[in-house]
Design a protein around this ligand. Structure first.
Ligand code: SAM
Ligand code: SF4
Length: 437
């Protein structure tokens, strides 16, 4: 399939980076506690903040790896698991998917990983019934023995940060591995998990030093590995990153322009289509090796898919966030405070947000459309309104400009809509938010 997408001559509309949440964290406040809890299935997120390096582009809450601190964190995390399962009556909820993210969860030793999982098993009655157990890893932390532990713990999706297969670009981004080590890690993971897990690798589009040639080489390298899933994030130079400091503020390093970054993504989409990798979200492509529906279901992230379709989820660990009932909740990002509060038997929550009915509609649209299709009938059943009527003008402009197709059943992103990332979601969300005024 060849994609014929005209690149914009102006800066608007723009290809927007991934926005994982709504409303933004700055609107969350202290003292929000979840109410109106239901007995629906729930997803669990576990945050492991440690990394062997601080990558120049990274905006996540991470902490340098110090052995004594890691064991103390794992012990505290286990206290939180127990407290949360009792406090929110989560113990007897069905578990749909579990996601260990970071940071780099595979920086934990095998024993520490076992300790965390055993605590989850003890405190969540249905832990073993989860459909998917996903763990993030980084190439240098992938060893045959670590993979054996993950396999024994029942992990069935591994997500490996690679970012680029070009040594110079990897080095510029402050990562400790090189191309060979990335291949080695993928190979070790593939051999260890054969028949049990699928592998996703993350690439970053827009890294310092990237050219069309280096990007195309990275795409070829990624496809050559045969992994089941490839994610391409648009590198966003957030204010807390080195890239922002040196690339945006001081102009010491040169970042690809927005137009060039868009070209990278367009090239990726074309190449993935040729290689029979299909998108299930606007940034993740999965290998179609049986039929499309089966491959997509098997290889997509169940955790991400479900929380973007409104399933409740709880975030365990420092800075982790979740959504229970109509409440968004986030733990403190301060490691010391996290430990102190739990030592006192208190939840380490620092802020939250109570969703209004309008917030819920906005959130549902913004997150749901990331998975390429939005179910208009289900929206009407839940909220009593037709989204097509609430956003009639915006939807017809988006359709006219080739971002979406709209039927009575659903809104579907076109190839252009996928290329522009969160643009469709943000545009619809802005139109819905105007209803308040
Ligand atoms: C929390 S990391 C987990 C993987 C592991 N720590 C690693 O880096 O190999 C998840 C992914 O976030 C993405 N990421 C990090 N910083 C980003 C940024 N500034 N913009 C977009 N994506 C970013 C990277 O692609 C990374 O693989
Ligand atoms: S990208 Fe991954 S390894 Fe690098 S600092 Fe962020 S979480 Fe750590």
């Amino acid at each position: 399939m060849t994609l014929t997408i005209e690149l914009p001559k102006t800066q608007t509309p723009q290809r927007l980076p991934l926005n994982p949440n709504y409303p933004p964290f700055r609107q969350w406040k202290a003292g929000v506690i979840a109410e109106k809890l239901e007995e629906q299935p729930v997803c669990l997120y576990v945050h492991i903040p440690f990394c062997t390096q601080r990558c120049a582009f990274c905006y996540y809450k991470t902490v340098d790896l110090k052995e004594s601190q890691v064991q103390a964190y794992v012990d505290t995390l286990c206290q939180e698991i127990k407290l949360v399962s009792e406090r929110f009556n989560l113990k007897n909820r069905r578990i749909q998917a579990v996601y260990f993210g970071g940071g780099t969860p595979t920086t934990l030793t095998g024993n520490q990983l076992v300790q965390v999982v055993e605590n989850l098993r003890e405190n969540f009655s249905y832990f073993e019934e989860k459909k998917q157990f996903s763990v993030e890893a980084e190439p240098l932390s992938v060893s045959p023995s670590k993979m054996r532990v993950l396999k024994e713990l029942g992990v069935n999706r591994l997500s490996l940060g690679v970012q680029s297969f070009n040594d110079q670009i990897i080095k510029l981004s402050g990562r400790g591995h090189d191309e060979k080590q990335a291949y080695r890690a993928i190979d070790v993971a593939q051999k260890a998990g054969e028949g049990q897990w699928s592998i996703n690798i993350d690439l970053l589009s827009g890294l310092a030093g990237e050219t069309v040639e280096t990007w195309q080489e990275s795409l070829e390298c990624a496809l050559k590995t045969g992994v089941e899933s490839i994610t391409v994030y648009k590198m966003e130079a957030f204010a807390n990153t080195q890239v922002f400091d040196q690339g945006v503020r001081q102009e010491i390093i040169e970042l690809p322009s927005a137009e060039l970054e868009m070209q990278f993504m367009q090239l990726a989409m074309e190449r993935f289509a040729q290689a029979n990798y299909n998108p299930w979200s606007h940034f993740t492509y999965v290998k179609n090796d049986s039929d499309l529906a089966t491959s997509t279901k098997q290889y997509r992230s169940e955790y991400i898919f479900n929380i973007w379709h409104g399933m409740e989820f709880y975030g365990l660990g420092v800075s982790a966030f979740g959504c229970l009932g109509d409440s968004l909740l986030q733990n403190t990002s301060d490691m010391e405070k996290y430990a102190t509060l739990l030592a006192q038997g208190e939840l380490p929550l620092s802020r939250g947000y109570k969703l209004t009915s309008l917030d819920q509609m906005v959130r549902e649209v913004l997150l749901g459309i990331k998975t390429l299709r939005f179910d208009l009938i289900a929206f009407q059943q839940r909220h009593g309104f037709k989204l097509q009527s609430l956003c009639a003008e915006t939807l017809s402009t988006l359709e006219r400009d080739g971002f979406v197709t709209v039927s009575t059943q659903e809104i579907e992103l076109t190839a252009k809509g996928i290329l522009y990332g969160d643009y469709v979601g943000e545009t619809l969300a802005a139109s819905l938010k105007k209803l308040k005024s």
